[in-house]
Design a binder for this molecule. Structure first.
Ligand SMILES: CC(C)(COP(=O)(O)OP(=O)(O)OC[C@H]1O[C@@H](n2cnc3c(N)ncnc32)[C@H](O)[C@@H]1OP(=O)(O)O)[C@@H](O)C(=O)NCCC(=O)NCCS
Length: 173
């Protein structure tokens, strides 16, 4: 299955549990990067990661959007998009979280999903990537470079109170 089979849609309020379920897998992936942190990345006694803070706001705050990615009707990933800049430069849209399930990785599904998101809003977009997430940085560079409507790509390296890692900013449209 490739990105060509992908369906990208806004997650409706009744689909919030699907996003929350996928979030568990996403946090599990990130927990590998948090091996040296005390509590972050630890499971709760019930065997789940604690709920993602503020997820509900993606269905009440008009600046926040949750997206679901599906192939043949089955969930293969999700994205949370908002307007919160990790640099001090305001942006129109920021990719807060973005995830493709492991089975479907490295087949262009992530690129197709990112490009579908870029197509939803013109303006300045941001993707901030934590320093240890080396593969994701390669992914976002590729996603920005390969979308026909993208220009003015800026990549900054931050190590401050707001962010530790790369911040990609680019204009869509
Ligand atoms: C990062 C992620 C979204 C990529 O999704 P994907 O569907 O595998 O991405 P694609 O197949 O569209 O990759 C497109 C290109 O991006 C680059 N890329 C993607 N994943 C990469 C990795 N792990 N290492 C290096 N380059 C990578 C490659 O250039 C790739 O092209 P190629 O496969 O022909 O070499 C996915 O690995 C994931 O969900 N990771 C865990 C969560 C995460 O880190 N999210 C990003 C938060 S900023």
């Amino acid at each position: 299955m490739s990105g060509a089979d992908l369906a990208v849609s806004r997650a409706a309020p009744e689909e919030a549990p699907i996003v929350a379920n996928l979030m568990q897998f996403y946090i599990h992936d990130f927990s590998e990067l948090w091996f040296d942190r005390a509590i972050e990345g630890e499971l709760e006694p019930d065997g789940r990661f604690s709920d993602y803070p503020g997820l509900d706001a993606y269905w009440s705050d008009p600046t926040r959007e949750a997206w679901l990615f599906r192939i043949k009707g089955r969930p293969v990933g999700f994205a949370l998009v908002n307007d919160v800049a990790h640099s001090r430069t305001p942006v129109d849209r920021a990719v807060a979280e973005f995830f493709i399930v492991r089975k479907h990785r490295r087949r262009g599904v992530g690129l197709a999903a990112a490009h579908a998101l870029f197509g939803t809003a013109w303006g300045v977009w941001e993707a901030a990537v934590v320093r240890r997430n080396v593969g994701a940085l390669a992914f976002w560079r590729r996603a920005a470079q390969s979308y026909p409507g993208v220009r003015d790509v800026v990549e900054e390296d931050h190590d401050d109170a707001l962010w530790n890692g790369a911040i990609l900013r680019f204009r869509v449209g």
